[in-house]
Design a protein around this ligand. Structure first.
Ligand SMILES: NC(=O)c1ccc[n+]([C@@H]2O[C@H](COP(=O)([O-])OP(=O)(O)OC[C@H]3O[C@@H](n4cnc5c(N)ncnc54)[C@H](OP(=O)(O)O)[C@@H]3O)[C@@H](O)[C@H]2O)c1
Length: 334
């Protein structure tokens, strides 16, 4: 049965309300930057995405570059596209008075401008031609025009202002509902705002108990009505299960509010954007239905301002999962 999560109205992102927690679809196609690692079976991946949608997790993050091998780009977008096409929301007309209502619209965010020239190699290309080609491919793989298309990472061979301007060509060509950027510093955000202004709808940056590097970007997004998608919000696939051990304040607050440390981490991120008009939307990844079910309650965990402040002041981890974020793009992943 379709559940409804608390939603936010973010007109820059989509005409419909979006849930306060999204789905990071990357683990269905790859694990970190590794090539050729075992991923879950195709049918299980589709079923898992349907479980997410049924649970109300209807904002999905994907990327053209997500695939199990350098020569399998588009794998993740194809999975998302198939899951969207084949989803048949079930509503219980007795238990759910909204049974005749239109199912929650899905919100699809994808990312372009990333190349994988060979095994283990990653590079950025934000030329206008490449971005338009990638955006066309993404729309084909997804089977629809995405709500938001982001530049995946900066192209260090190109002036940032030129890359931002090239991204605008993607919406001008009708290949995206709106435009976003991923992995930007505060200075890059400020420059993007001067180039794109109100057409900039979404930022997708790393933010978690482990890594809290760019608070100024969060504040700017929340104040200006943008969505801030927090990637790897539980610290990444390798450490998510140990979040309470690694960041004991999150476990301690969990005891106080009757939630797991992971649920507290998601609630803490949501709380950072609660004052709006923008929002912070964590996008955890999943490979199992049990973790989907364990995530939904996080959307309604209520934290006091003091608890949020305690969590924010607690020690962070070892830094970014991809510490080479600001070096030439050939080394970066994700
Ligand atoms: N823009 C970028 O450059 C960039 C870079 C990296 C990632 N991302 C996006 O961010 C998304 C999330 O990142 P991620 O998957 O690397 O890391 P993550 O969300 O921090 O961690 C994923 C792990 O969390 C577990 N999990 C999820 N919900 C849980 C819960 N409520 N309780 C306990 N465990 C839970 C999952 O377990 P199971 O596997 O057992 O279900 C999975 O192993 C990616 O899927 C991708 O879409 C974007």
């Amino acid at each position: 049965m379709v559940d409804t999560l608390p939603c936010r109205t973010l007109p820059k992102v989509a005409p419909h309300a979006v849930p306060v927690i999204g789905v990071g679809a990357m683990p269905l196609s790859m694990r970190g930057r590794a090539e050729d690692v075992a991923i879950i079976d195709h049918d299980d991946a589709i079923a898992l995405l349907h479980t997410c949608f049924d649970a109300g997790l209807t904002l999905i993050d994907t990327a053209r570059a997500y695939g199990p091998r350098f020569d399998a780009l588009g794998h993740n977008e194809r999975l998302v596209g198939e899951a969207v096409r084949t989803w048949r929301p079930v509503r219980d007309p007795v238990a759910d008075p909204r049974a005749s209502a239109v199912p929650s619209p899905l919100t699809i965010v994808t990312k372009i401008g990333r190349l994988r020239p060979g095994p283990g190699q990653w590079a950025g290309d934000a030329s206008r031609e490449t971005l338009l080609r990638h955006a066309e491919q993404s729309a084909t793989y997804l089977g629809r025009i995405p709500d938001v298309v982001c530049l995946h990472r900066m192209d260090r061979q190109r002036p940032a202002a030129e890359a931002f301007s090239n991204m605008l060509a993607v919406t001008d060509a009708g290949l995206a509902g709106a435009i976003g950027l991923s992995n930007v510093t505060t200075a890059e955000f400020d420059l993007a705002w001067s180039v794109m202004g109100e057409r900039l709808a979404l930022i997708e940056n790393e933010r978690s108990p482990r890594y809290r590097g760019d608070g100024a970007v969060v504040t700017a997004c929340v104040e200006r009505g943008l969505a801030y998608l927090a990637w790897s919000p539980l610290g990444g696939i390798g450490d998510a299960a140990r979040l309470g051990e690694l960041y004991p304040e999150f476990a301690a607050v969990g005891v106080e509010v009757g939630a797991t440390a992971q649920q507290v981490a998601l609630a803490w991120l949501i709380a950072e954007g609660a004052a709006g008009p923008g929002a912070v939307i964590p996008i955890p990844g999943f490979t199992r239905a049990t973790t989907v079910a364990a995530t939904v309650p996080a959307a309604t965990v209520v934290l006091t301002a003091q608890q949020v402040a305690r969590l924010s002041a607690s020690p962070a981890g070892e830094g970014s999962l991809f510490p080479d974020l600001s070096v030439p793009a050939a080394a970066g992943g994700g």
